[in-house]
Ligand binder design. Structure first.
Ligand code: SAH
Ligand code: SF4
Length: 396
């Protein structure tokens, strides 16, 4: 399937069916779209009503039209009959001994996806999913073994943040003293393969009348969908993280197979051109530490050389690999990770080691959903092969 233009071919096997109750969910619709929906439903004064409803939804966290006290009492039942203000259904919600929370969420059409909240002393980061499954199959990532079911909608993307605010008791929405301060698009899926929905969902998250979170507090992580990176910078404008994970073609081809399509040089050139990246807003390079695979001193020195060559305002996030049943890799030893970090750090580039969080609740990419699914190793291999084949056809 070849989609014309700058957007890569993205197989989306399923679209989102309507709600079973026939109501239209207003979460994820722009103010203008809400207005159009209200007009179609025969609501008078639709422009003002849309503005009021938006305020109730995104500033106050209200899910019930009856609570919208500045909307005439006789209009509210009509709204409730035609419209809904939904939240993802919670399948499981777990809290780790270190305070990390993990949710398995279910969409209206019965598909499961994940969300994680990581509290720190001075911030709280919500890890948001962009797709159910992923079309790519990075070898160390559990999400990569799942099929792409479908892209998440803008409403499902912003809905994750709203559900987290519900759980943390953070309505009304005000920037002072809240726990949820940052968002990373690092849950399930490749956000740049669901560009329009991510753009629209994050647009509502960043809108002053929406969830009003600054773009400086949002980071989008990509495995390297080079043709979409400039648009992400220009049209979404959030911080960029790149899942680099290897510095040679041979190893990156193996562990991050999109590298066969967009190689390291192309990727780093796109990083150098990323709008808004500067010393105050650095690009984060994520690097998962895999024993005897990508963790040598030589790899660290090559990483420094590449960052210098492309003059990148960069920091490196070293991620201890979080293993899962059936994976063919191990995490590097602590000493190896420390040495790797040290080489980069001595070159003047920040290279913190991310402390694994929420291990007791398996709060790592793709693990909760699959723990529920229990896929066999043979099935994992079959799915990976199938995906690679479809991906190669798409790339042709
Ligand atoms: N698809 C995007 C964003 C989601 S993945 C991307 O690849 O950037 C978010 C991050 O989690 C990526 O850096 C990914 O490499 C990392 N990750 C995935 N599985 C992991 C594992 N088992 N252990 C440690 N990090 C993992
Ligand atoms: Fe998809 Fe990111 Fe996992 Fe790769 S690391 S399979 S791009 S979710």
């Amino acid at each position: 399937m070849q989609i014309p233009g700058a957007i890569d071919p993205v197989p989306v096997p399923r679209s989102v069916p309507a709600r079973a109750d026939g109501r239209t969910d207003l979460v994820g619709l722009s103010k203008d779209e809400v207005r159009t929906e209200l007009e179609a439903a025969g609501v008078v004064n639709a422009k003002l009503r849309a503005k009021q409803i938006w305020h109730w939804i995104y500033n106050r966290g209200v899910t019930d039209f009856a609570a919208m006290t500045d909307i005439a009492k006789d209009v509210r039942p009509l709204l409730a009959e035609k419209f809904a203000i939904g939240r993802p259904e919670v399948v499981t919600a777990q809290v780790s001994s270190d305070g990390t929370r993990k949710w398995l969420l279910r969409s209206a059409d019965g598909q499961d996806y994940e969300m994680v909240f990581i509290p720190d002393a001075d911030r709280g980061t919500l890890c948001v999913s962009s797709q159910i499954g992923c079309t790519l199959n990075c070898r160390f990532c559990h999400t990569g073994t799942m099929k792409l079911v479908r892209n998440l909608t803008p409403g499902e993307i912003v809905g994750q943040v709203m559900l987290a605010r519900d759980a943390l008791g953070e309505w009304p929405s005000h920037p002072e003293g809240r726990l949820l301060t940052n968002i990373v698009m690092m849950g399930m899926g490749e956000p740049l393969y669901n560009f329009e929905s991510v753009k629209k969902g994050l647009g509502i998250v960043m809108d002053g009348d929406g969830l009003a979170l600054s773009k400086r507090r949002i980071t989008l992580s990509t495995s390297g969908v080079v043709p979409m990176m400039a648009r992400a910078g220009a049209e979404i404008g959030v911080n960029l993280a790149v899942s680099l994970h290897a510095v040679t073609k041979e190893i990156r081809d193996e562990i991050v197979p999109i590298n066969k399509k967009y190689g390291i040089d192309e990727l780093l050139s796109a990083c150098a051109a990323y709008p808004g990246a500067n010393n105050a807003r650095r690009i984060t390079f994520e690097y998962v530490m895999l024993k005897d695979k990508n963790d040598s001193d030589e790899d660290a020195r090559e990483l420094v050389r590449l960052i210098r060559k492309y003059k990148l305002p960069a920091k490196v996030n070293l991620i201890p690999f979080n293993p899962w049943p059936g994976v063919g890799y191990e995490c590097s030893d602590d000493e190896r990770i420390a040495r790797f970090s040290d080489i980069i750090f001595r070159a003047g580039i920040s290279a913190p080691v991310r402390t694994p969080r929420g291990r007791d609740i398996m709060a790592a990419c793709g693990q909760l959903k699959s723990a529920a699914e229990k896929i066999s190793r043979a099935e994992l291999d079959r799915r990976a092969a199938e995906k690679e084949a479809s991906w190669e056809t798409a790339a042709a």
